[in-house]
Design a protein around this ligand. Structure first.
Ligand code: ZN
Length: 192
């Protein structure tokens, strides 16, 4: 079992000498602290599942996000809407989902369709806040397509708001507009 963060940092102790993931110990301790018995039937395998889920979450491999195709038709508006991703709020360690819509004005490079989803999932699989997630996706699209004309919209529901705190169902929207989408209302109106 190994853990490497998306930016290449190594995890703390990936495993201890007996091969047990240290996250299992943390989970057992958590159960005790909230008044549960980690030895009872339903909970016996929970620490191992907890450890596996965290490793899966932060170790998620979105596949190749680097390929862009050369293209001939310049100036097309390319837009992909409602890519559902799940992330974790870094303030509460509670999940939030986001529907991500991405648009860019293609010049020399055309991005493969699957790349939009890969990029969105890549940046969601870490502790996040929605504003940073939206900006990070815009950065990635801008870098990959080599154009400044990028728009990213995210609409999400945060469990730290709906199941705790104010306990009110609501969605939060964030929008990053760059290049022509920022400067030209006509281009902005083309976004759907
Ligand atoms: Zn939160």
């Amino acid at each position: 079992m190994s853990l490497t963060y998306p930016d290449g940092r190594a995890g703390l102790a990936d495993e201890v000498a007996d091969g047990t993931d240290p996250l299992e110990g943390l989970a057992r301790q958590l159960l005790v602290e909230i008044g549960e018995d980690p030895g009872r039937d339903g909970l016996r395998e929970t620490p191992a599942r907890y450890a596996r889920w965290w490793r899966e979450f932060v170790g998620f491999d979105p596949g190749n996000t680097e390929t862009a195709f050369e293209q001939v038709n310049h100036g097309q508006l390319v837009q992909v809407n409602d890519i559902r991703v799940w992330s974790l709020c870094e303030h509460h360690l509670l999940p939030f989902w986001c529907d991500i819509s991405i648009a860019y004005l293609a010049k020399d490079k055309l991005l493969g369709l699957s790349k939009f989803a890969r990029i969105a999932h890549h940046h969601a699989h870490r502790l996040q806040v929605q504003e940073r997630l939206t900006g990070a996706i815009a950065d990635a699209i801008e870098a990959l397509c080599g154009v400044p004309d990028v728009a990213v919209r995210a609409k999400g529901e945060h469990l730290c708001m709906t199941m705790r705190g104010i306990r009110s169902p609501a969605t939060m929207s964030t929008l990053v507009l760059r290049g022509v989408f920022k400067d030209d209302p006509h281009m902005r109106n083309l976004l759907s």
